[in-house]
Design a protein. Structure first.
Length: 138
């Protein structure tokens, strides 16, 4: 309640906005929580995963090392580009498909890595990853 000291003796006509701000903040929080829940307005009956493929089986990854000269070493053995292409076609047909892990020296030409990735993609490889030693120094 507001009191005035002396003077005119009239009524003080100021509105207290604190309750209004409290109610608006509560409404804002409610909308922020419920808005992501209503993001999918169209309901779609999604298919289930194929139970025929056993997901518990761990397949060893394919290890591909690339040195700075662009030479390829597949599972610790040297391979030519033609051999690499043929091996990728064989690996792409396996179910479940193994992951291709590329370990390349940091001085390897980008065009070499691009060529490897495009060959793997053309063969049908889906899972391709890069192996690093950890976080880069900042």
């Amino acid at each position: 309640m507001a009191f005035s000291s002396g003077g005119s003796g009239g009524v003080m006509a100021e509105i207290n906005v604190t309750p209004l701000v409290d109610v608006m903040l509560v409404l804002l929080i409610i909308f922020m929580i419920t808005a992501p829940l209503a993001a999918h307005k169209i309901r779609v009956d999604l298919p289930k995963a194929d139970p025929g493929i056993e997901s518990g089986v761990k397949i060893p990854p394919i290890d591909l090392a690339v040195n700075k000269n662009g030479e390829l070493f597949l599972d610790d053995g040297p391979v030519t580009d033609a051999q690499f292409k043929a091996r990728m076609a064989v690996f792409a047909q396996q179910l479940p498909q193994p992951e291709l892990e590329i370990r390349a020296e940091k001085t390897t030409q980008y065009s070499t890595i691009w060529s490897i990735m495009s060959t793997a993609k053309a063969a049908g490889m889906v899972h391709v990853g890069f192996v690093t030693t950890g976080k880069a120094a900042e």
